[in-house]
Every structure is written in C-alpha cells, then in structure tokens.
Design a protein. Structure first.
Ligand code: GDD
Length: 342
C-alpha cells in the first residue's frame, strides 16, 4: 500500500485527488490549516470523509518544523502540494502572505524531503498565472513566464525551486502547470462557480441579476476531476519533469456565462457597452447580468491558453470534457443544491 500526502485536501483539487488515490488503494494523509476547515463539505461530496484509509493532519506549510513533523509522522511515498493562497484577486491585497504560502511554503516541504527522505516524490501545483502577461500563446512548459500579480510571481518562484531541487538534489520533484480547472466543488469566489450558482438561482426565481467584472478575458477552462488524474500521472512518469495541463481552447467569461444560461434554456442578448453593458433574457427582457467595477483587477492576465501536447505524448493525458458539458454539469449541481436549500 502506497502512502500519499495531500496538502490542502479540503480544496476542490484535494477532494477529487483524495477520491482518486483512495480508489487506487493508497493510504492518504490530508492536511489543512484548521482542524474544522470550511472546505470539509467537499470531502462529503466526494464520499471520502470517514474512509478508514484517510487521516487528517492540521498543518501550516509556512512553519518549517510543522513540515518536518508531518513528514516524520506520515512517511509518504508521494506528496501532492496543493496548499495555497489560491485567490489571484486577494493576492494584490495580501502579497506577503501569498509569497510566504505559495512561494516559500513549497520550499519548506522540499527541504523537509531533502533532510528526511530524498526518495519521496513531490508534486508542485504550478499555474498558468505564471505566464501572466507573456503574449506567445498557447503556452507550453518552456514559457515565456511573465507573472502579472503577486499570486503568479510567488508560484513562479516555487516552480523554479521545484526544478532546482530535482536538478541539485536528485529529488523526484515535478511541477504541473495547470490552466483553470473547474467543477461543482469550486468556491463561489471564482468566476465559473459564481456564474453557475447565479444561473441556478435566477432559473429558480431566487435571484434577479448577476454582477461580473471583466467579461472579455480569455481563460482555458477544463474539468478539475480530469486534472487531478493528470497530477497522479505526473508522479508516475519515469523521470521528474514539468507538464502543462490544459484544454487548448480559449474562451471568454462572456462565453462561459452564455453557455451556462443556455444550459437552462435562457438565451442572452447583450446590450450597451463598457461598464453599462448588460445581458438580458431574450424571452423575458429582464436584465440578468450587469457589470460591477468592484470585480475588476488592478492588472489582468488577458489571455490564457495552454498547449498540453507534452502531457499527451508522455503521459497519455488529455482534457476530454467540453466547455458546454462543464457548464451544464456545474449548473445542474447548483440547481440540485438550491432546490435542497428550499
Ligand atoms: N473571481 C471573479 N469574479 N473573476 C471575475 C469576475 C468576478 O465577478 N468577473 C470577471 N472575472 C474574471 C477575472 O478578472 C479573471 O480574469 C477571470 O474572470 C477568472 O477569474 P477566477 O475565476 O477568479 O480565476 P483566476 O483565473 O484568477 O485563477 C484561477 O485559476 C488559476 C489557474 O488555474 C485560480 O484557481 C488560481 O488559483 C489558479 O492558479
């Protein structure tokens, strides 16, 4: 029986990855900063809470001794480092916390591996935000990198430290550069789930109008469940490396909103421009989307699209779910939740 350690297990990816590893027969240790974490509901939704092979540990990735004690206690074969301050918008307001958790945190874990057991495999959750403002796209493992916010800058440091530990200390340390990946387990602070939750509420007559920021940024949105399978494959490769996981299809926030509304039979007409633009329900004429400048960011990664060719060639990994399917499955899950609330 292999042992895996997932830091940040109560996030979207942690919950799906725990399910996947338990199904593969792993013993899983999962960490979160609090003993009663907000994201516990995700472990209920994936059906892993209460599993005999799953253990929880309270852990702070920024505390080096906490990392040492954790690794001593769990003796993991594989570590998946998913713990992060994962909100790009918040990173502008909390740049130092973001740097400590997303930049130095992974190095604390790598140092602990180096000291205690260099045979431990390490996966670092890197991100498309490391490409940021870089214009050559689609982006692959080689860059160019030009992070455009404190979140991406901290993640880029951790990315190169992961590569450095593999090269300098022969540790099996790999990095997955994941483009946006979504699911019904997403927090509503991210734009996709904010949209699908609002679509469900508007459909059920519990809400009138959704407020969004920049509608015209491009993102490369895939289905998170498929992406955690990619993380596992990255650690099963014969040698450590960096892999981009993405769909390769650039779509705008406006596209995501259109497809989500359309999945419940609401077609949109866009009227006006700039901050005064609104989307109306074609059938009723009611305004269902308007712009709120509060949701704009000081700087924006305008166009994110990835090239996952290396992952296909070397790992046999490919994103399968279409954006239409993703929007539908997220809206359906939110409709079920809203109906239960009632
Ligand atoms: N959150 C949010 N809320 N974003 C909005 C809104 C809104 O009301 N309106 C427009 N947007 C735009 C943002 O400006 C951004 O360009 C885009 O929607 C996506 O924002 P998020 O869903 O917050 O995600 P993100 O792209 O910033 O970051 C996510 O993906 C990264 C890449 O995988 C996070 O999960 C990061 O942790 C992750 O690294």
């Amino acid at each position: 029986m292999k042992t895996a350690l997932i830091t940040g297990i109560t996030g979207q990816d942690g919950a799906y990855l725990a399910r996947l590893l338990l199904d593969k027969g792993y013993r899983v240790y999962g960490t979160s900063r609090k003993s009663e974490p907000e994201g516990r509901w995700r472990l209920v939704e994936t059906g892993v809470l209460g599993n005999d092979s799953l253990r929880f540990c309270e852990h702070d990735i920024t505390d080096f001794s906490s990392n040492l004690r954790l690794l001593e206690a769990c003796e993991p074969d594989e570590i998946y480092n998913l713990a992060a301050q994962s909100y790009v918008g918040l990173s502008f307001k909390q740049p130092l916390v973001t740097g400590a958790v997303n930049g130095l945190g992974p190095v604390c874990l790598l140092e602990a591996i180096r000291i205690l057991n260099p045979q431990t495999k390490f996966y670092q959750a890197s991100t498309s935000e490391m490409f940021g403002k870089a214009e050559d796209s689609p982006h692959n493992e080689l860059g160019p990198f030009f992070p455009h916010n404190p979140y991406g800058a901290a993640k880029l440091y951790a990315h190169f430290m992961t590569i450095n530990y593999a090269n300098a200390h022969s540790i099996f340390a790999s990095s997955g550069i994941l483009f946006n990946h979504e699911s019904p387990l997403r927090s509503k602070s991210f734009v996709t789930r904010k949209i699908t939750d609002s679509v469900a509420r508007i459909r059920l007559g519990k809400m009138d109008c959704l407020e969004l920021g920049n509608l015209d940024v491009y993102r490369d949105w895939g289905y998170a469940k498929e992406y955690v399978a990619g993380m596992w494959k990255i650690l099963q490769a014969p040698t450590p490396g960096t892999y981009v996981l993405s769909t390769g299809r650039p779509k705008t926030v406006r596209d995501f909103a259109r497809l989500s509304f359309s999945s419940v039979g609401i077609e949109l007409d866009w009227v006006g421009d700039g901050l005064n633009e609104v989307a109306k329900d074609r059938h009723t004429g009611k305004t269902v989307i308007r712009i709120n400048p509060q949701f704009f960011r000081p700087t924006e990664s305008e166009r994110q699209v990835g090239d996952a060719d290396k992952a296909l060639r070397e790992l046999g990994w490919k994103a399968e779910t279409t954006l239409e399917q993703l929007c539908s499955l997220m809206v359906e899950a939110d409709i079920r939740r809203c109906e239960k609330e009632a």
